[in-house]
Write a protein that binds this ligand. Structure first.
Ligand code: SF4
Length: 78
């Protein structure tokens, strides 16, 4: 799955939402989140993010590794 990391916080640009073919990007209070079970790993969202907040799970920069869990947890709380 792709993951939305720290740079999205308080930005929520939403360009990614327009690109996602399966509409699996959801809006939270302070950032957007990708539903890991719905994401088809197409990568379309990654290049359109103006703040480079989106990464494939295995490519998350070290300082944002915990955002994998942050994205998963968002949907468990719903
Ligand atoms: Fe949507 Fe594709 Fe991005 Fe997954 S990788 S969130 S399916 S645009």
């Amino acid at each position: 799955t792709y993951v939305i990391a720290q740079p999205c916080v308080d930005v929520l640009d939403k360009a990614c939402i327009e690109e996602c073919p399966v509409d699996c990007i959801y809006e939270g209070q302070r950032q957007l989140y990708i539903q890991p079970d719905e994401c088809v790993d197409c990568g379309a969202c990654e290049p359109v993010c103006p703040v480079e907040a989106i990464y494939y799970e295995d490519d998350l920069p070290e300082q944002w590794k915990d955002f994998y869990k942050v994205n998963v947890d968002f949907f468990e709380e719903l």
